[in-house]
Write a protein that binds this ligand. Structure first.
Ligand code: FNR
Length: 193
C-alpha cells in the first residue's frame, strides 16, 4: 500500500524553512519509506475565504482544485511557522476552505511540523490540533518535531533546505509514525492487506 500524503506549508515565503521541511520529508520518503508518497499542495493561489465566492455549490477554480487534492489524499502533513502563538493565516485559510461542506479533511490521519522562532512553533502545534478536532483530522501525538528556523546552529540553508541530519532523522521517525497510524485508521496493516 502506498499512502498519498497531501503536504501543506503554512509559509508562502520563497526560502521558507517550513516548505523546506516538506521537501526534506518528500526526499526521505523517496529514499527510505516506499509506503508514503508526498505531494506538496500549494496554497498560495487560494483567495481569502469569503463564502460569497461559493456560487450554486461551486467554489472558485483554485479552491476546487485544492479541495480535490485534499479529498483524494490518504493523510496529511502540515508544516507551519508560528505567527503570534498560532498557525499562519494562509494555513488557517486553507483549512477553512477545505472545511466548507462537504468537509474534505474528515477521517484522515495527520502530522504536524514547525520551523519557527523561540520554541520552534510548539504553541502553534496545539492550535492546529484544536482546529483538527472540529474537522475530524486525527493527529498523531508523537513524535513531536519543533525546529528553530533561525537560531544557531543553523538547520536550514539560505534556500530553506534542511541541512541538519538529526532533524532529518526526527522527521523520518515522525513519518513512520504517521504511516503506521494512517494504516491503522484505514484498517490496514503495514504488510499491506
Ligand atoms: C513570527 N515568528 C514567530 N516565531 C515564534 O516562534 N513564535 C511567534 O509567535 C512568532 N510570531 C511571528 C509573527 C509574524 C507575523 C512573523 C512574520 C514571524 C517567526 C516565524 O515563525 C519564523 O520567522 C519562521 O521561520 C517563519 O517560517 P518560514 O517562512 O521560514 O517557513
Amino acid at each position: 500500500t502506498v499512502l498519498r500524503v497531501a503536504a501543506i506549508s503554512g509559509s508562502l515565503r520563497r526560502a521558507s524553512a517550513n516548505t523546506g521541511l516538506i521537501r526534506a520529508a518528500a526526499e526521505i520518503c523517496r529514499e527510505s519509506i516506499p509506503g508514503l508518497h508526498i505531494d506538496h499542495v500549494d496554497i498560495s493561489e487560494l483567495p481569502l475565504l469569503n463564502t460569497d465566492l461559493e456560487v450554486n455549490g461551486r467554489f472558485p477554480p483554485a479552491v476546487e482544485a485544492f479541495r480535490d487534492k485534499v479529498s483524494s489524499a490518504d493523510c496529511f502533513l502540515f508544516a507551519s511557522p508560528e505567527y503570534n502563538y498560532s498557525i499562519s493565516g494562509p494555513l488557517k485559510n486553507a483549512l477553512d476552505w477545505g472545511s466548507r461542506p462537504p468537509n474534505c479533511w474528515a477521517d484522515r490521519a495527520a502530522a504536524m511540523l514547525s520551523a519557527s522562532g523561540g520554541t520552534g512553533g510548539s504553541r502553534s502545534q496545539y492550535h492546529i490540533r484544536q482546529v483538527g478536532v472540529f474537522l475530524d483530522i486525527h493527529f498523531i501525538n508523537k513524535p513531536e518535531v519543533f525546529t528553530k528556523a533561525h537560531l544557531p546552529p543553523r538547520k536550514f540553508d539560505a534556500d530553506g533546505d534542511l541541512i541538519d541530519s538529526e532533524t532529518k532523522e526526527q522527521v523520518r521517525r515522525m513519518l513512520l509514525s504517521l504511516q503506521a497510524f494512517a494504516l491503522r485508521l484505514q484498517g490496514k496493516s503495514e504488510q499491506g492487506n
